[in-house]
Design a protein around this ligand. Structure first.
Ligand SMILES: *[C@@H]1O[C@H](CO)[C@@H](O)[C@H](O)[C@H]1NC(C)=O
Ligand SMILES: *[C@@H]1O[C@H](CO)[C@@H](O)[C@H](O)[C@H]1NC(C)=O
Ligand SMILES: *[C@@H]1O[C@H](CO)[C@@H](O)[C@H](O)[C@H]1NC(C)=O
Length: 428
């Protein structure tokens, strides 16, 4: 149905290990991750630069996972694939931005209620995110077929050689967490390729989000979105982490260190960290902790940020804070076998399906600078359980890391589980 040019795939020598039974016995973390990557790329849509069956910001996380795999697996075929994916996504994904342009405008309440883009994210009663996409936005559902004509229409030239400077505005959709997921993805792509265009793109996206500082709470922080209605953990942790990552890479180090320090200080003052040491979803209208769900990803993003800031501008409080948060999260979110779950799991919708992987990815980043046997145990237990209990015959990985496999996996559940497989490559 689609030619090989349209899907940037990763083809393993399947004859080597051709049946699931034999695959079950694979214990090498790199081999597991490679098989899973091969399965993932069935969803990669070269025409949109995104992964079918998941949303816009999810694809940023899929790409970040791929950048991490490329950091730890030197397989030349994989390195080549990763670079082609970045180059292709850079060119093609902007056409699928679900809500471009809103950040450069000011909206009246009346205009806001027109819902003219169809893209919206709202917070459910327990803080769960519910995203709706513009009609016909994409192939986010497993049962929706590719539209080949559509793909061909969007495929522009040879993406690897695309030279036009990327425009940060193309990556902004009015939800600052979405924006910053992409910033982190492009930082990851820069780490692999050293292509400064990617770094500059990440800087441009970050700069756009600095314009919405401060929120109404404690004279700092950013809102979740251009609607300025919610001050939450994820947007602010991402803001902090992106600044800290840029501090170690961009030319203007002091500028980014300053933003990272200020946003961390604000976050600690905001009250989003509860008495158990975990992080709730956000703040009430009155700027107090709303006690909503301690989602796994909110325990994760801060860890990578602290690891990066401690490298850029060491402070003796950073790594202990990260360790305290990581351990509180492991205690709160793990079952008796050490397997991670979000509270409403396994089925918490198409956003939360991404979350656990984000936690483990950042736990690994912390472990790399402050190793701890507890992290090794968590990473290995989850990776092993995913491989043994949460995988189908095509190596698709689903939502319940403890198993059993719940049909049908999608690019969100799969890439999230892959974050744990990738983390397992780095721990011994
Ligand atoms: C449109 O936006 C308004 C204000 O944000 C909201 O209350 C309403 O539910 C939205 N309508 C639809 C159909 O999404
Ligand atoms: C959150 O929980 C704490 C501790 O139980 C309580 O003191 C506080 O009032 C709660 N906040 C809200 C907004 O419900
Ligand atoms: C992906 O799978 C999870 C788990 O079944 C589900 O909650 C989520 O809605 C799915 N996402 C999409 C876009 O279908």
């Amino acid at each position: 149905m689609h030619s090989s040019k349209q899907i940037l795939s990763f083809l393993l020598p399947f004859t080597l290990i051709s049946n699931t039974f034999a695959q079950q016995s694979i214990t090498n973390p790199t081999t597991r991750a490679e098989f899973a990557l091969s399965a993932l790329q069935i969803w990669y849509n070269a025409g949109t630069g995104l992964w079918n069956t998941c949303g816009w910001w999810n694809s940023a996380n899929v790409m970040t996972m791929v950048t991490n795999l490329a950091k730890y697996d030197s397989n030349p075929q994989l390195q080549d694939l990763a670079k082609r994916v970045f180059a292709n996504t850079l060119v093609n994904a902007p056409s699928k931005n679900p809500q471009p342009g809103v950040e450069s405008k000011t909206f009246s309440q009346k205009q806001l209620s027109l819902n003219n883009t169809g893209y919206d994210k709202s917070s459910g009663e327990d803080g769960e995110v519910i995203t709706t996409y513009p009609q016909g936005w994409g192939k986010i559902r497993w049962d929706q077929d590719y539209k080949v004509e559509d793909i061909q229409l969007k495929l522009q030239g040879d993406p690897v050689n695309a030279a036009a400077a990327p425009n940060p505005n193309d990556w902004l959709d009015g939800f600052y967490d979405d924006d910053l997921w992409w910033a982190l993805a492009w930082i990851g792509a820069y780490d692999i390729t050293k292509n400064v265009q990617y770094l500059q793109l990440a800087e441009g996206i970050f700069m756009a989000t600095t314009k919405v500082w401060p929120s109404r709470c404690f004279n700092g922080g950013i809102y979740w979105s251009f609607k300025k209605d919610y001050v939450n953990a994820v947007a602010n942790e991402l803001f902090f982490s992106t600044a800290a990552h840029l501090a170690n890479r961009a030319q203007n180090k002091a500028f980014y260190v300053d933003w990272a320090q200020r946003s961390l200080a604000w976050f600690l003052k905001s009250g989003m960290i509860n008495s158990r040491g975990t992080i709730n979803d956000g703040l009430t209208d009155g700027c107090v902790n709303n006690n909503q769900t301690t989602w796994s990803y909110n325990q994760g993003v801060i860890l990578g940020g602290l690891a990066e800031l401690n490298k850029a501008a060491p402070d003796k409080s950073y790594l202990p804070l990260a360790a305290k948060t990581a351990k509180a999260a492991i205690a709160e979110l793990s079952d008796s076998n050490g397997i991670l779950h979000d509270k409403c799991g396994p089925l918490c919708g198409g956003d939360a399906s991404q979350f656990k992987g984000i936690f483990v990815r950042n736990l690994q980043q912390l472990h790399a600078v402050a190793p701890d046997a507890a992290y090794v145990k968590t990473i290995q237990a989850n990776a092993n359980s995913i491989w043994n209990n949460n995988r189908d015959q095509g190596n698709m990985l689903s939502i319940n890391w403890a198993g059993p496999y719940i049909a049908t996996a999608n690019a969100s559940t799969h890439s999230s589980a892959m974050d744990a497989l990738v983390a397992a490559i780095t721990v011994k």
